[in-house]
Write a protein that binds this ligand. Structure first.
Ligand SMILES: [Zn+2]
Length: 316
């Protein structure tokens, strides 16, 4: 099996952003890729090109009405796609479709045996709901990827693991009543941070009650707090036996992010990535995709995401 990590790179995903002075700027892609290049991983990584998701692929997760609305507002470039966090800038439909398509391309490469691990830096847009945008997120690449893996490859037990400072509400509520979606999310307590959800009592609804894991961290939580929480994630995942892992490794949970209050270092991201590779090797032939998620301190983005790729490489 090929152990080269496929890392997505290209202007198509770099341009997903909302311009200065919005925190989700279009410089995030290059900041990461510069740091990754400096890590000298050589032949252990392969640069993969983005591809665009089709409307039919977007519709695996999103409603037709919402896809139409983004398409229309993307032409005028005026107003907001949500309550005021996510501007409808010109061309955002194509850029958001390129983000989703890149994650689907990574799924295909892994499922076709070209690689076992992939990383897409501009992705992990976990606040987008099936029928609306939210928190800088237009289309939910992970939500689409879950439905795509089910439809095209017949997988059922897909794990979504999220260590971004914000709760992955778009994924959580998108599958809240679905017992097959394995969901583990460590985030800053929603009483102190957007989107305000993800209490530990939220374990799923209906037939899925008791199947999801939300862990809320107090502002100021450090690496040692993270490690204690992570042990619960490992136990949960081993018990759930995933067939594929999606890892949203948002860098806004590192100390120094301008819009959150968690205080991890990049070691948290490196250790979580290494741990997930071990679990992926144990249960699902090593299959894992890392997606960059949030992160608004450029130095933190560069370091945390590079450490994740290094952990994927070291896991072989
Ligand atoms: Zn975030």
């Amino acid at each position: 099996m090929n152990s080269i990590v496929h890392v997505y790179k290209g202007d198509e995903i770099a341009r997903y952003g909302f311009g200065d002075p919005h925190p989700f700027g279009t410089d995030r892609h290059d900041v990461f890729h510069k740091e990754l290049a400096a890590a000298n991983l050589g032949e252990r990584i392969h640069y993969a090109h983005p591809r665009r998701a089709s409307v039919d692929e977007l519709a695996l997760f999103h409603t037709a009405d919402y896809i139409d609305r983004v398409s229309r507002l993307s032409v005028t470039g005026k107003g907001y796609l949500d309550e005021g966090d996510t501007p409808a800038i010109k061309g955002i439909f194509d850029a958001a479709s390129d983000v989703v398509g890149s994650v689907l391309s990574a799924v295909d490469r892994i499922m076709h045996g070209e690689t076992r691990r992939a990383f897409v830096p501009i992705a992990g847009l976990h606040h987008a709901a099936r029928d609306r945008a939210g928190g800088f997120c237009v289309f939910n690449d992970c939500g689409v990827a879950v439905e795509y893996l089910r439809k095209n490859y017949g997988l059922k037990r897909i794990a979504y693991v999220d260590i971004d400072a914000h709760h992955g509400d778009g994924v959580f509520y998108g599958f809240e009543d679905d017992p097959d979606l394995i969901f583990a999310d460590i985030h800053q307590d929603g009483r102190f941070l957007y989107p305000g959800t993800g209490a530990e009592t939220e374990t799923g609804t209906g037939r899925a009650r008791g199947t999801k894991l939300n862990i809320a961290m107090p502002p100021g939580a450090t690496d040692s707090d993270f490690r204690a929480a992570w042990r619960r994630v490992e136990d949960y995942l081993r018990n759930a036996k995933p067939e594929f892992i999606l890892f949203q490794c948002g860098a806004d949970s590192l100390e120094g992010d301008p819009i959150t209050q968690l205080c991890y270092t990049e070691a948290a991201h490196a250790e979580a990535a290494a741990s997930l590779c071990r679990i992926a090797d144990e249960f699902c032939e090593g299959r894992i995709i890392g997606v960059g998620g949030g992160g608004y301190n450029r130095r933190n983005i560069a370091r945390a995401w590079t450490r994740v790729v290094q952990s994927f490489v070291a896991a072989g």
